[in-house]
Design a protein around this ligand. Structure first.
Ligand code: KMH
Ligand code: ZN
Length: 279
């Protein structure tokens, strides 16, 4: 078990409308502001979805490049772009995300029902994403929405080799309606099925946030929090800002005697090359 906790913030996502959650960071200024606050409180990785001028999800390459540059100029967070986008995004646009040259990107390991929608991740698409990340020196985070996705990850690594950087890190995304449930029994089963040597974070969607967070800390895992995954801080109390979710995660990590990693430690942990300020 590592003696530090990697905290990823996922501040925006693609599913929630600004009108439904006014604290959601949707402009570049809002995103950078949230990133700074979260970095100060213990986040070391930011998982990024961006929005257009109407606050709709977009994978516009120019905007993604601008976002990567702005986050690097203002924080030393590991910048992880979402290659998942929104359920409506075409595969070509999702692959093009890598052209924005982030430190890291998500790579979802299979298709999953996603509420009333389907988050489609065909095997050939996953292979293409993994191979392009190897070529472009982008470190993947394998997103696991269901236990079968771990079988797919074993197959992927067996056939196409390790990711860039050589280290396998997974994020267990639990409690999506249609995916694996967000409870401790499922978390334990998922951890048991990870590839040897892999590290992992976990996030629980909606009301599964706390059970997943406590389970992950107890089992030696790392944490992802943010308004992409949770809009309610406590029963009847909406999240006021992403930073309070990071603050709570950091406090629990300290109580678990595994305080938050700094971004430089997170880079070494994930196999991401060091970067000097502003680069
Ligand atoms: N928005 C979901 C459909 C990822 O970022 O890679 C997919 C998602 C996963 O959020
Ligand atoms: Zn995402």
């Amino acid at each position: 078990m590592t003696d530090r906790t990697l905290i990823t913030v996922a501040p925006t996502g693609a599913e929630t409308a600004k009108a439904d959650a006014p604290a959601l960071p949707v402009t570049l200024d809002e995103l950078v502001g949230a990133a700074r606050d979260c970095a100060e409180l213990g986040a070391s990785v930011i998982h990024v979805h961006i929005r257009d001028d109407m606050a709709r999800p977009t994978l516009d390459l120019g905007r993604l490049r601008e976002t990567v540059a702005a986050l690097r100029a203002s924080t030393d967070l590991v910048v992880q772009l979402s290659s998942g986008g929104a359920v409506t995004d075409p595969e070509a646009d999702r692959l093009r995300v890598l052209d924005a040259e982030p430190d890291a990107a998500s790579c979802t390991m299979g298709t999953v029902n996603f509420g009333a929608d389907v988050f489609l991740n065909r095997w050939e698409f996953v292979v293409e994403l993994h191979r392009r990340m190897q070529e472009r020196e982008v470190v993947p985070e394998y997103e696991i929405f269901d236990l079968g996705h771990l079988a797919a990850l074993h197959r992927l690594l067996g056939r196409y080799g390790p990711p860039y950087g050589g280290h396998v890190h997974c994020d267990l995304v639990m409690g999506v309606p249609g995916g694996m449930p967000g409870d401790v029994a499922t978390l334990v089963a998922a951890v048991a099925a990870l590839p040897a040597g892999a590290t992992w974070s976990a996030t629980g969607i909606g009301r599964t946030t706390l059970p997943v967070m406590f389970g992950a800390l107890g089992a030696g895992g790392h944490l992802r929090v943010g308004m992409e995954d949770t809009l309610t801080f406590a029963r009847g109390r909406p999240v006021a800002r992403n930073a309070e979710l990071v603050e709570r995660a950091a406090e629990l990590a300290r109580i678990a005697q595994r305080p938050p990693m700094r971004p430089a430690e997170a880079r070494a942990f994930l196999g991401i090359p060091a970067r000097s300020a502003g680069q």
